[in-house]
Design a protein around this ligand. Structure first.
Ligand code: NAP
Ligand code: F7E
Length: 337
């Protein structure tokens, strides 16, 4: 039997690493697309670079011709679009770039599929940020979208245009609606990585303080390895569709700090309120403080996902608790030189 061929846009990111690993294990030929940058973007995927079933190409979602040419030349069975300007806070500073990549870039892939071969299966990396400000205590595929950032708004366009192309052109195009998922390979400026990295550095005596923004937003955090398993399963269904992927458990940023501190055996106590809230160590030295520069012009206060549909139809489940995830992230940081 011929090996399946997949293209991964966004292969150099966190999920790109875990999805590449999974597809190579499943004997796919994986074509990863990276954009040109002045630094080395292939750090996460360096272990795959010498494998014969893994081929890297240059491309950029803001360059429609590169997308068309890659799809036309590679002739994939499946396309996974993980590429995005993925930082919600940064999207307020680069809203037009964010929309070009996260919204128009997705349309460019769909247009290429439509004109080259509408049998190519397509996965779009949607997000819980599309729910934004919501009255629903737990969000499912039926919950309305109300995004609160250029990132979230661009992802809503991507989600809906994926549905449009599915309906209008009978393309097997599916959306994941993934809640926050993390790992040791999470980007440095996301809050979980920042907390784990800073608190382990404080423990090692290499850093004095962890400086954060809003401590009271709530997120539903899972492990990226579990979430790429869902992404893969979404494209193996008989019919295309949209799926929420989440753990169904949430906690605040402050609770995440407390859990991490406990795991690394750093004793902290909270004092003060608002911008003056701090955490001190056993010697009364400030180890966590707040800076308003990390607050966003609009915040998404709480997100918690209902993944019943994925559990039922994809037979998907999480294999990591939040404590497992933090322990793995801490271990990774502790082993760094
Ligand atoms: P990530 O680590 O930030 O990776 C994003 C990837 O997109 C990187 O490979 C990046 O390349 C690439 N990219 C950015 N701009 C591009 C462009 N113009 N053309 C081509 N590639 C571009 O993100 P992630 O955490 O793996 O997330 C994967 C996807 O899932 C993203 O679409 C994200 O929005 C979405 N998502 C993530 C989560 C989560 O909690 N992690 C939850 C829901 C949805 P460089 O390495 O060159 O920057
Ligand atoms: O923020 C608060 C911040 O940047 C989480 C992306 O993968 O998940 C991610 O988006 C919360 C927010 O992730 C800091 O205000 C406090 O309430 O880690 P984050 P995010 O915005 O939830 C979704 C599902 C995606 O789709 C995105 O691609 O933490 N927070 N202090 C902070 N956040 C950051 N980054 N840095 C802080 O210092």
């Amino acid at each position: 039997m011929n090996k399946k061929i997949a293209i991964i846009f966004g292969v150099t990111g966190q999920d790109g690493y875990y999805l590449t690993k999974l597809l190579l294990e499943k004997k796919y030929i994986v074509h990863g697309v990276k954009r040109r940058s002045s630094s080395v973007p292939t750090k996460r995927i360096s272990s795959f670079l010498n494998q014969k079933n893994f081929i890297i190409h240059y491309g950029d979602l803001t360059d429609t011709s590169s997308i068309y040419n890659l799809i036309n030349t590679i002739k994939p069975d499946e396309i996974y679009n993980l590429a995005a300007q993925s930082h919600v806070g940064v999207s307020f500073y680069t809203p037009i770039f964010t929309a070009n990549v996260n919204a128009i870039g997705v349309l460019a892939i769909l247009e290429a599929i439509r004109s080259i071969n509408n049998k190519i299966k397509f996965y779009q990396a949607g997000t819980s940020e599309m729910f934004g400000k919501t009255d629903h205590k737990i969000q499912s595929e039926k919950t309305n979208f109300n995004p609160q950032s250029p990132y979230g708004a661009a992802k809503v366009f991507a989600h809906q245009i994926t549905q449009n192309y599915r309906d209008a052109y009978k393309i097997f195009a599916s959306n994941g609606i993934l809640f926050n998922h993390e790992s040791p390979l999470r980007g440095d400026n996301f809050v979980t990585k920042k907390i784990v990295n800073s608190l382990t550095n404080i423990k090692k005596g290499k850093q004095k303080k962890l400086v954060l923004g809003n401590l009271y937003s709530r997120r539903d955090w899972g492990h990226a390895a579990d979430y790429v398993d869902a992404i893969y399963k979404i494209l193996q269904q008989k019919k295309p569709g949209d799926y929420v992927i989440a753990t169904g458990k949430d906690c605040t940023i402050k609770e995440f700090v407390n859990k991490t501190a406990k795991i690394i055996n750093l004793k902290i106590k909270w004092k003060g309120k608002g911008l003056n809230e701090i955490a001190v160590d056993e010697n009364n030295k400030t180890v966590v403080c707040i800076d308003k520069k990390y607050f966003r012009p609009l915040e998404v206060d709480y997100l918690k996902g209902d993944a019943s549909k994925a559990k039922k139809y994809l037979k998907w489940k999480t294999n990591h608790t939040l404590d497992d995830l933090i322990k793995e992230m801490v271990q990774y940081e502790l082993e760094l030189p």
